[in-house]
Design a protein around this ligand. Structure first.
Ligand code: FES
Ligand SMILES: [Fe+2]
Length: 416
């Protein structure tokens, strides 16, 4: 067991070795060695002298593996929404930080998460969202698990016609549970099981969102993009308010750069900004009922959060968009944008207005993909070394990069 004092905020985290993850860990390269002392010094320098992470952090499979183990598995990661698994037996398979996980609504109404990997030969068990299942059945040799993850039956296990029916499960064959907690209707998982409680983790965002009740909102669909860029480019682009004048003309009319603010840290894992809205547009604050409970101040303001490592939350007065970047390789990312609306906005009369929101996000994201993929190509060049920042706009990007490194050093137990 080791005790880590967090970078800011004086949080104390106690970590214990998770036996499942311990078994999965072979010899690992060292975070600090891969980063290099010079790059670490520039991450820790003042923004005017600072740089982002070195190129290797965008191109190396070994570095991505370190990120999974020392950044993503120890942190709270968004997995889905309560409304997607509303009733007993509802299941939602997701991939979080490379791990297949399934959310399962229990018979008593509680939500559980399991590693969605069969204990027999490791096949993925639940492959699509399902409603009202009584059990979880592996598609390969049909081992059956209860909603509580306990093994129920193993057909033909002792030979043809000779089934195994354990009376009270079998520890060696039960599904591994994953720690899961909800915050405002969003379901997060903590894969190593050692994070502080989610409510505590999200308290700095709560303080910014009084009256905000996403748990009352309806799930309005999602958009998915396969991007040929490292997952951090997607988050750094979200933090980068600066670029919008150059590539998002419609967004700039809606929320001009002149009344926008750079992203600033509000905790060691959270950044936020707010933009004044100049004029509502179709797909952006026009034609849909407002979110319930939202304070008046948010009717002419967009509020945005980046939650390290992989989740961004956009609050506008008629919609919440939540962006998740799931790395599929060092230079590839599956990006998903989830949309939440007021419950009354789901009525048929608002179909066109909701579709306009989805179209707007689709168009906006496509404007970003070219630059994202070009930055990925730039990361193999010896002509780029982490970059030089605008002290006004880029301090959030610098902070994000530094925190990725600091959190990894902490969770890896390496010298800070
Ligand atoms: S891998 Fe699941 S039953 Fe064999
Ligand atoms: Fe953008």
């Amino acid at each position: 067991m080791r005790v880590v004092k967090f970078y800011e905020n004086n949080f104390t985290i106690t970590t214990t070795q998770n036996p499942i993850l311990a078994a999965a860990q072979g010899p690992q390269p060292d975070v600090r060695t891969m980063l290099g002392e010079e790059a670490l010094a520039r991450l820790r320098a003042d923004v005017s002298q600072g740089s982002a992470l070195p190129n290797i952090a965008y191109t190396s499979a070994a570095w991505l593996e370190l990120e999974r183990r020392h950044l993503m598995w120890p942190m709270w990661m968004l997995a889905g929404f309560e409304s997607q698994v509303r009733d007993p037996g509802d299941t939602l398979p997701v991939t979080v930080a490379g791990c297949p996980i399934v959310l399962v609504r229990q018979r008593d109404g509680e939500l559980a998460a399991f590693h969605n990997v069969c204990r027999h030969r490791g096949a993925v068990i639940v492959t699509e969202p399902c409603r009202n299942l009584a059990t979880l059945t592996c598609p390969y040799h049909a081992w059956v698990y209860g909603l509580d993850g306990k093994l129920r039956t193993r057909p033909h296990f002792h030979g043809g016609g000779n089934h195994d029916v354990p009376s009270d499960g079998n520890e060696r064959a039960n599904l591994h549970a994953v720690r899961c907690e909800s915050w405002r209707g969003m379901v997060f998982v903590n894969i190593d099981g050692n994070a502080r409680p989610l409510a505590e983790h999200m308290r700095p965002a709560d303080d910014q969102l009084e009256g905000w009740e996403p748990q009352r909102l309806a799930y309005g669909g999602s958009l998915t993009f396969e991007v040929q860029a490292n997952w951090k480019h997607i988050h750094e682009n979200f933090i980068d308010v600066y670029h919008k004048f150059a590539i998002h003309p419609a967004l700039c009319e809606f929320a001009p750069l002149e009344t926008s603010n750079p992203m600033v840290p509000i905790a060691d894992h959270l950044l936020k900004t707010e933009h004044e809205i100049a004029a509502p547009q179709e797909g952006r604050g026009k034609g849909l009922p407002p979110l319930p409970g939202l304070p008046d101040v948010l009717h002419r303001e967009g509020r945005f959060f980046t939650m390290i490592p992989t989740c961004n939350i956009n609050v506008w007065y008629d919609q919440i968009a939540i962006l998740v970047a799931e790395p599929t390789g060092p230079g590839t990312t599956r990006e998903t944008i989830h949309l939440l609306f007021a419950p009354e906005a789901m009525a048929g009369q608002f179909d066109d207005a909701r579709q306009a929101v989805l179209n707007t996000w689709d168009g906006l994201n496509r404007e970003d993909i070219g630059p994202l993929e070009s930055m990925q190509r730039g990361r193999v060049s010896p002509g780029f070394d982490g970059g030089a920042f605008s002290p006004f706009w880029d301090s959030g990007t610098h902070f994000f990069a530094r925190q990725v490194a600091e959190l990894m050093l902490h969770h890896a137990g390496e010298t800070p």
